[in-house]
Unconditional design. Structure first.
Length: 145
């Protein structure tokens, strides 16, 4: 009930943004189970349609997008990859640069751990979790998705 109370007291634009983030997180989560990765990337960006230029009236700030994806991720069981994919789609829709990066780190016993994060204007905006542990293996930028 507390979460619903908070949601209802948000501005209408924040509620819409949060609902968009929820929708994209759910699509990413389901899509990762059913679709090839590149198909899912194209689908998520396509769902968000034509990008806007930052600063246009109605444009959402980068910080609000990060807030919405992170907030929605607290209520929907997600992985770093689903959050990164949703954040990239929303950032691109609002006209921001967005690069999804995948990296790996070696844990004890030689097991590998993977992590996904998003950078926008060379700043990590989603997934800034001990990144110095990870070796970047792949970066997908908006021109190739």
């Amino acid at each position: 009930m507390k979460a619903l109370h908070k949601f209802l007291h948000l501005t209408s634009s924040d509620r819409r943004l949060l609902l968009r983030a929820v929708m994209l997180l759910l699509l990413a989560k389901l899509g990762l189970r059913l679709l090839p990765f590149q198909t899912l990337q194209r689908l998520l960006v396509g769902v968000e349609r034509a990008p806007r230029k930052p600063g246009n009236s109605g444009s959402v700030s980068r910080d609000r997008i990060v807030w919405a994806v992170s907030g929605a991720g607290r209520y929907i069981p997600t992985t770093c990859l689903t959050q990164a994919m949703a954040a990239c789609a929303l950032l691109k829709r609002e006209g921001y640069s967005a690069q999804l990066s995948l990296g790996v780190a070696s844990e004890n016993e030689g097991r590998l751990q993977a992590h996904a994060w998003v950078e926008s204007n060379r700043k990590v905006v989603i997934g800034d979790l001990n990144l110095d542990r990870y070796v970047r293996m792949l970066t997908l930028d908006e021109e190739r998705t």
